[in-house]
Design a binder for this molecule. Sequence first.
Ligand SMILES: Nc1nc2c(c(=O)[nH]1)N[C@H]1C(S)=C(S)[C@@H](COP(=O)(O)OP(=O)(O)OC[C@H]3O[C@@H](n4cnc5c(=O)[nH]c(N)nc54)[C@H](O)[C@@H]3O)O[C@H]1N2
Ligand SMILES: Nc1nc2c(c(=O)[nH]1)N[C@H]1C(S)=C(S)[C@@H](COP(=O)(O)OP(=O)(O)OC[C@H]3O[C@@H](n4cnc5c(=O)[nH]c(N)nc54)[C@H](O)[C@@H]3O)O[C@H]1N2
Ligand code: SF4
Ligand SMILES: [Mo]
Length: 683
Amino acid sequence: MSVVASPTARTVHAACPHDCPDTCAIRVTVEGEQIVRIQGDPNHPPTHGALCTKVSRYAERVNHPERVLTPLKRVGPKGSGQFVAVGWDEALDDIAGRLREIAARDPQAIVPYSYAGTMGLVQGESMAARFFNKLGASLLDRTICSAAGGEALQMTYGGKVGMHLEHFAESKLIVIWGSNSIASNLHFWTFAQAAKRNGAKLIAIDPRKTETAEKCHQHIALLPGTDGALALGLMHELITNDWLDHDYLDRHVEGWPALRERALRWTPERTAAECGLTVDEVRGLARDYGMTKPAAIRLNYGMQRVRGGGNAVRLIALLPCLTGAWRHRAGGMLLSASGWNKAVKNTAALDRPDLLAGRQPRTINMSTIGDDLLRESSAAFGPKIEALVVYNSNPVAVAPESPKVVAGFQREDLFTVVLEHFLTDTADHADYVLPATTQMEHWDAHTSYGHTYVLINEPAVSPRGEAKSNCEIFRQLAARLGFTEPCFRDGDEAIARQAFNEQVDTEQLQRDGWFKLPLPDAPFAEGGFPTPGGKAIAEGPGVPLPDHVPNYESVATAPELAARYPLAMISPPARNFLNSTFVNVKSLRDIEAEPVVELHPADAAARSLVDGQAVRVFNDRGNYHCTARINQRARPGVVNGLGVWWRKLGRNGTNVNELTHQQLTDLGKAPTFYDCLVEVAAL
Ligand SMILES: Nc1nc2c(c(=O)[nH]1)N[C@H]1C(S)=C(S)[C@@H](COP(=O)(O)OP(=O)(O)OC[C@H]3O[C@@H](n4cnc5c(=O)[nH]c(N)nc54)[C@H](O)[C@@H]3O)O[C@H]1N2
Ligand SMILES: Nc1nc2c(c(=O)[nH]1)N[C@H]1C(S)=C(S)[C@@H](COP(=O)(O)OP(=O)(O)OC[C@H]3O[C@@H](n4cnc5c(=O)[nH]c(N)nc54)[C@H](O)[C@@H]3O)O[C@H]1N2
Ligand code: SF4
Ligand SMILES: [Mo]
């Protein structure tokens, strides 16, 4: 902490906790218990002093009049959101009693449900994981966002590794593939802008004409879920024009001959037809990619939320291996940098998987929670879910096929505890809501999936009301359940200090708030991928050759369905929300105004819809009520239902996940939010 202008003010090092690749380093200026200023750290290279609109207004979230400030106990019917305030002891005694009773029958009937409300290593899992491991509760497969791409990178490179964020500034071609960077990866965009000023060409590959696509030199508006075909088509052109780095392929890639053969079947004509593009677009993109050095690809998770998302990421990740783009530090690709953190993170000490003591509880996939909450006990499934403990997540809004998720959460025989800041759609369904602290009120330690620094977060103010940190809540539950291991007495600050091993300079971390991981500049210039043989893998033992896998729901794969629901819907994030977080911050919600579906003018005209009209977007699963926005952001045949509104703040209590389904991706068992056919009609 250092003293600033006002003699009573102090500045605290913080880190943005949100599920955003930028993981900004923040400086919070505090006077007493007042947050007077929140700014980006000017010295942290990825943050360079700038925060997004959402987090620069963080004080509005911390001091929000609707924050939950005491434990709440349900008094109305399930889902009614009717609660009374109760004391901590009453709430925790009752919850511990209920969990003890269920665990005595079978602890696997208890399911933790959490995701990335905070990405902190302390408040994310740690004490929570210790608690559920000791209890022997069901495990949760946290697939809802990145599992398809993650497994794809694991298969191809041996880990979630890629370029350094800063090096994009030196690229001569940047392909922004399935990412609306200005909205969801703002600090990458700053480096892309620097490259542009140095003469780089920027190309966006995205079905939607996003604010990012508009600012690129070229926008390639392919059909959703056809990225694998496009990658194969590009390979075809790289081969036939001999824009290959044969030496790199020979020495650093396994399985190239088979991939070469497969790619040669993807002529520009076939590719263009599959992707809904012109032959010139396919050829031109291949020429740019094959002839420009250094060429970089920024992939984001948007493009892997379809049936073939995993295979598509594998194919795209192989492109820089064909051209040898990895030889230069400003060439290669980045989807996730989180694998680099493995070397410094003390995961076993934080989460204590050893507390399972040889037990192997069943695993629930968070992406099928709708179906799983409605299942009875069976040999295949195990025990019916009797209790759900939700923290850092809002599944009633964000999980696919919400009609089923809501039906599950409304079960009167389900005991639900939700740790939250606000009465979200999920908290409304709780038996107990427990008030959690925000990032300004607790300790944490952070890694990033978009850059290569680790960060520390010091509390800036005391907990508001009676709020407690997630860790403290699980610590108190552990004590009530009689868990006596010393790790259940670790304080939050102590856990933050356990987060990293000796490779992280803790003095520097404390002084600056962040520490850059010691990594090579151009990590794969000479191969050296973290696979067993050090090569990137196209095909190998246990690794089949990647292929284009078409969507579950498309004209070609489901013609009967497409006859009734002819429009493909994607539901990418709205810029001023972060998943469903911030929807209740009025100043941000006012910018988004209302839930919308974007339609191309031709699709709107065919349905006699006009701009601004209230509409019903529907399929066999449900109805989403919103406002039609008719513009060129949508390509013909594809509508964009921007996410993810709270149902209760949306139109008629609906949001876009009324329409999505629970089928999973080819790799990683992830949801396929953007693989979804719908129809639109006037409301
Ligand atoms: N403002 C804001 N920032 C966020 C988030 C947010 O909700 N709001 N969410 C955060 C989270 S959780 C994540 S995982 C990250 C990454 O979040 P992503 O889901 O990657 O989001 P975007 O960067 O918007 O990229 C999605 C883009 O992919 C496009 N897209 C959809 N389908 C396809 C397809 O089949 N192919 C291709 N090529 N493109 C497709 C969409 O139109 C959209 O522009 O962003 C994080 N940052
Ligand atoms: N249709 C559609 N659905 C989607 C997506 C999409 O693009 N389209 N995106 C998907 C993606 S990429 C993701 S990652 C998921 C995101 O799903 P979630 O991880 O569930 O994200 P949020 O909706 O932001 O909800 C996080 C909640 O955690 C709470 N929280 C934050 N910090 C803390 C804390 O310290 N303690 C406690 N107890 N609570 C805290 C916040 O108040 C918030 O309500 O949604 C997915 N759903
Ligand atoms: S949401 Fe992303 S861009 Fe905004 S402050 Fe957090 S890390 Fe930075
Ligand atoms: Mo995500």
